[in-house]
Design a protein around this ligand. Structure first.
Ligand code: UDP
Length: 259
């Protein structure tokens, strides 16, 4: 069982059988503040529609989300789903906006962050995690970075990596291995990790490092971030089909009464 912050499970809704907390940004951040004050590790998951659909097919992932201390609905698809299901979410909290707010909390509270994941640098150059750490410290000058490590390691290296994270004294661990690899890494090591909070951040380090551009304000304000991403990386179109497929499934679950 979890040893970290107790989540208020009463505010959880279920989307295709997967639990999601009905939190807006302010509530999500206030839960983070509680987690930083409590003993044990709290796991924050930020599922988007693709992850919800995958959790339906992957019982291990689903169990991890079930046990997570906070499940923040990521993206516009979850807002639409919540409306269809009759538990409307008031706002969209994207994973990267949440991370940005979290960095500000960490800076104010003198807590440190460890970045694990994304591409290593070529030939002595800084890797993505190091570049992201620099960009984060530029935006939040008081932020303490306890360490970074790239995300292309074998199973045999994991114990040493966990050790290194613990020795760094980090309070907040960002794991950028893509979903569900990052969630499984956190779950596999949650009893050994000594951080207060661990969160999977997907491609966010690439955004901080400047490898991938975030959508301009117009797209973000209109819930069209997915369209911008499709224009940038057309090869992702297959993965993007997850959104309409997800909406149809949610509609179907409502009609069939299987919420
Ligand atoms: N990644 C990694 N190790 C792996 C696979 C992926 O560090 O074995 C990193 C990858 O470099 C990228 C991040 O995981 O920075 C997220 O990848 P992706 O965009 O596929 O994930 P999503 O944002 O869709 O969860």
């Amino acid at each position: 069982m979890s040893q970290g912050a107790n989540s208020d499970k009463s505010s959880r809704m279920r989307v295709l059988g997967v639990p999601v907390d009905r939190v807006d940004m302010r509530q999500a951040i206030s839960r983070l503040e509680e987690m930083l004050d409590q003993p044990g590790l709290s796991h924050i998951v930020t599922p988007n529609p693709e992850i919800i659909v995958n959790a339906g097919k992957d019982p291990v992932l689903r169990d991890i989300i079930e046990k997570a201390e906070l499940v923040v609905p990521d993206g516009i698809g979850l807002v639409y789903a919540s409306k269809i299901l009759g538990w409307p979410l008031h706002e969209r909290v994207t994973g990267i906006d949440f991370l940005n707010m979290a960095l500000s909390v960490l800076e104010q509270r003198g807590k440190s962050i460890y970045l694990l994941g994304s591409r290593p640098g070529a030939d002595g150059e800084a890797g993505t995690a190091e570049k992201a750490a620099k960009a984060m410290q530029k935006a939040f000058p008081g932020l303490k970075v306890a360490g970074t490590y790239h995300g292309y390691f074998g199973a045999e290296e994991e114990a040493a990596i966990v050790d290194e994270i613990n020795r760094s004294g980090a309070d907040f661990l960002c794991v950028a291995l893509g979903a569900p690899k990052q969630e499984k890494f956190i779950s596999r090591h949650r009893n050994e990790l000594k951080v207060s909070v661990a969160i999977g951040v997907g491609g966010s380090l690439d955004v901080y490092a400047g490898n991938v551009k975030r959508a301009p304000a117009f797209y973000r304000e209109h819930g069209l971030e997915w369209l911008y991403r499709l224009k940038q990386e057309p090869s992702r179109y297959r993965r993007m089909l997850a959104l309409p497929a997800f909406m149809l499934k949610v509609l179907g679950s409502r009609v069939g009464g299987k919420m």
